[in-house]
Design a protein around this ligand. Structure first.
Ligand code: ADP
Ligand code: ADP
Length: 227
């Protein structure tokens, strides 16, 4: 069971004279798929990075599973993250890219193998495990990035524009794969995009953000029928 609660969360970067995120309030249910939508610079990444612990929270409270997390280090938050630039290690095989975080956390060799093989199967990467990222298509690379995020079974999944570097056709098929992955794993997910269609297809609830302020929160139907 993981719910995520943001209560009156503010972010002011050092040197900036205004808040990048203002009075953000959101109560995310266990297994919910939340999508943040809004133009570039509205505060989507900042909010995601505060949840991950990559940015300090200036004011307010973040709770995960009911526990206050403001001062907990990123590595103790049990969160998996996927970025738009994949951040794969070019010199490592697909297998080693997916295994890397598990090795770092001292999982046993057998356990690592089981987890990587399972993730590869879910994502259709079994036959590519020995390849290096340069020998993969964009979609396959993005699947490796997803694989690296799911091997740990982290209860929370944060995705920051994971499809924005893909061409339009691939974006549509990967979108369907992400939806399927969520149905299978039911990981509580927060997904950032500026693409309304992506938001509509994936979200249980959409949060529309403008200038660091929540404009609307609701199901895709609620949000897009009441502009
Ligand atoms: P995006 O719009 O896709 O989030 P940006 O180009 O706004 O990407 O930001 C890229 C990186 O630069 C991020 O790590 C962000 O935190 C940082 N950044 C954005 N704006 C500023 C700024 N005014 N000063 C310093 N760093 C910034
Ligand atoms: P988005 O993800 O919606 O594109 P960001 O969260 O990256 O927006 O940025 C929100 C605001 O915070 C922007 O005005 C941006 O310039 C500012 N910002 C982001 N990162 C930094 C940073 N490291 N230092 C200063 N300002 C930043």
């Amino acid at each position: 069971m993981v719910k995520v609660d943001l209560d009156h969360v503010y972010k002011q970067y050092k040197g900036n004279d205004k808040y990048s995120v203002t009075d953000f309030n959101l109560h995310i249910k266990d297994q919910e798929f939340i999508v943040f939508v809004g133009p570039s610079g509205c505060g989507k990444s900042t909010t995601l990075r505060m949840i991950a612990g990559l940015e300090d929270i200036s004011k307010g409270t973040l709770k995960i599973g009911g526990k206050v997390m403001n001062d907990v280090a990123p590595k103790n938050r049990d969160i998996a993250m996927v970025f738009q630039n994949y951040a794969l290690y070019p010199h490592m095989t697909v297998y080693d890219n997916m295994a890397f975080g598990l090795k770092l956390r001292k999982y046993s060799k057998d356990d690592i193998d089981k987890r990587v093989q399972r993730a590869a199967k879910i994502l259709g990467l079994t036959e590519y495990l020995k390849r290096k990222p340069a020998a993969l298509s964009g979609g396959q690379r993005q699947r490796v990035a997803l694989g690296r995020a799911i091997v740990r079974d982290a209860p929370i999944f944060l995705m920051d524009e994971p499809l924005s570097n893909l061409d339009a056709k691939l974006r549509v098929s990967m979108r369907a794969e992400i939806a399927k992955l969520h149905q299978q794993l039911k990981t509580t997910t927060i997904y950032v995009t500026h693409d309304q269609t992506e938001a509509m297809t994936l979200a249980d609830r959409i949060v529309i953000i403008k200038d660091g302020i929540q404009q609307q929160v609701g199901s895709p139907m609620e949000v897009y029928n009441n502009p």
